[in-house]
Design a protein around this ligand. Sequence first.
Ligand SMILES: [Zn+2]
Length: 376
Amino acid sequence: MPIGKKQRKMMKETSMLSVFYHPDFLQYRIPAGVFDGEPSDYLDLQIDQPEGPERIRNTKGVLERTAVSGQLEWRVPHAASDEELSRFHTREYIERLKEFDLAGDYVSQSTYLPKGGLHTVRLSAGAAIGAARQVLAGTSRMAYAISRPPSHHAQPGEADGYCFINGVGLATLEAIREGCRRVAVIDWDVHHGNGTQVGFYGRDDVLTISLHMDHGAWGPTHVQTGDVDEIGEGRGEGYNINLPIPFGAGDYCYNRIMECCVVPAVTEFNPDFIVLANGQDANQFDPNGRQCVTMAGYYQLALQVRELARAHCGGRLVMTQEGGYNPTYAPYCAYSVVCALLAEEPEIADPISFYPEDAVRADRDVEALIARHPLF
Ligand SMILES: [Zn+2]
């Protein structure tokens, strides 16, 4: 999509982005198997679990080797304490994680904690908390926790979808502890941000918005459907917005949903802080997603979020790293997001040829979704 006059004006401005990263994120490995399941006797070759260190290593690499590197400040996260984790999670659950940490095992279906891996989980949570603190202190306008394991499926008392501790939630709570009155969470990971949804389901000071492929519930650790009727409860009614996007959707659909649903909802909510759950697994080559977003699509999505942050929060924005499981393409998409937030045009082109656009198959479906959503 071409860049408009308004966006070009934005591009004349620059700002620094703090990046929270720790080398231990590359040491944490999950045993190989059948994709994210246990090894199979039927196969000669098992494969690495998709939530591997390569995706983070390559994201760091592309950011370091391009011109945006001059606008990044690298920070080392701390390991989050029990007290910090307990702001979102139950004490019982934290103790349960410590038990799994002793030998390593599946904490839930497809969610394996390696022996001694809890330290990395704490660093990943610390990266999200640190990113929020950095922005709240005014040291940086924006901050990005490039960390793993990811976070947005972790519920107060449940691990799910490779996630153990909810960094999105911890960053959000940090903002509220520091005096923010309304925090908006925008989650464009290809999967439903069920953990964040559960954590804030009864609150009206946190608006949680999840754009995801229409995958529905997937078992005992993800009973939430991610459908439009999960809108929050009690005081929180109307403050949880699910946008299940048809399978096969790409740049057009995602940006249309952002424009028609996310932007007006956030605008009405008028947050003073925004947390972006930045997964790149809606990209066209992701092994875990069924969507077709490209580098260019992510760029446009990020411009819209940047504009929301500028309009409501003085430009303040915190990002957590969520999914994105093609270890060569997802980093380009992460780079594209960073370029948009820094008002830079990407200097490198999309490295992989473009799949057919989604216009024919999904346009009609996405219009139907907007039409039937009770909040729009
Ligand atoms: Zn995901």
